[in-house]
Ligand binder design. Structure first.
Ligand SMILES: [Zn+2]
Length: 280
């Protein structure tokens, strides 16, 4: 059983149910031409809007049996919030990484390690596109460098290798230090979680942690290590976490928006699988 870990939470907003909104008069806005997907949730009590931090796409989560003809009305009502949130996401993206989602990076900033890599692209007649690291630590993407998706895949596997080499020993030393033994550590490319822990004490960590500042990485490690003792998010679990990380509340809060550290180029490849199912 895979247990939940730290979620990469996206922007969302709760709002009163449509019955409250029905009589509100609103000016026509660009909301009319807005593209969105609708998801029905048995747990939702109100209509909620979610905006993906990856591509600013909009999801409308409605309670079971909600009359979907009312959705345009809800979007009109929330237009300014939608526009504001999208603008904020775009700004964060620019700050985090100057590349637009379709671009390949010229630099990779591994905040967790305090390291940066320059990236060069060499067109070569190879059967696979691959990444090699030169002695001066420049990354060279070799192969069909005209194929952006292939380059991104190759860079993502380099990030995975780097995560295995750097994050796994880091987690194991935290495990030793905290006296919270684990049976196995694996690196994955999860879409919605920074980490998770199984009943068998296998901790899975997200390779994207390499892009986060060190205190956030450590918080994810402590959180998951404490799950080896308790697999829930009960008060006893949080007491365990607090004992080991007195600043845990601030750090967990910061983790909720830590997606902003992720570079845009990591989006738009195979790592996105399951993104449509990102939920609360
Ligand atoms: Zn957890």
């Amino acid at each position: 059983m895979a247990h939940c870990g730290n979620k990469a939470v996206r922007s969302q907003e709760s709002m009163p149910s449509a019955s409250k909104i029905r009589n509100t008069r609103v000016q026509p806005t660009p909301a009319k031409s807005l593209a969105y997907v609708v998801r029905e949730s048995t747990r939702a009590r109100h209509v909620r809007l979610r905006i993906s931090v990856y591509d600013a796409s909009l999801m409308v989560v409605v309670p079971e049996g909600f009359d979907r003809r009312r959705i345009p009305e809800v979007l009109e009502e929330k237009w300014s919030w939608i526009a504001r949130t999208r603008k904020r996401i775009a700004q964060h993206r620019e700050q985090a990484e100057p590349d637009s989602p379709g671009d390949l990076p010229q630099r990779i900033h591994l905040r967790a390690l305090g390291e940066e890599r320059r990236v060069e692209y060499h067109a070569e007649p190879l059967s696979h596109t691959l990444v090699v690291e030169k002695p001066d630590r420049t990354l060279v993407v070799r192969g069909n460098v005209g194929d952006t998706a292939a380059c991104k895949r190759a860079l993502c596997s380099w990030v995975s290798r780097k995560a295995r080499a750097e994050l796994v020993p880091w987690l194991l030393s935290a495990s030793k230090e905290q006296r919270l033994p684990v049976s196995r550590v694996q690196v994955r490319g999860q879409q919605t979680r920074w980490g998770s822990c199984s009943l068998q004490k296998t901790i899975s960590i997200n390779r994207k942690l390499l892009f986060l500042p060190p205190p956030l990485v450590e918080q994810v490690f402590i959180h998951e290590l404490c799950h080896t003792v308790r697999l829930d998010h009960s008060r006893r679990f949080w007491a365990l976490v607090r004992k080991r990380a007195p600043r845990c509340q601030d750090l967990e809060e910061e983790l909720r928006t830590a997606w902003r550290y992720l570079p845009a180029w990591m989006d738009g490849n195979g790592m996105q699988r399951g993104r449509a199912n990102l939920t609360e």
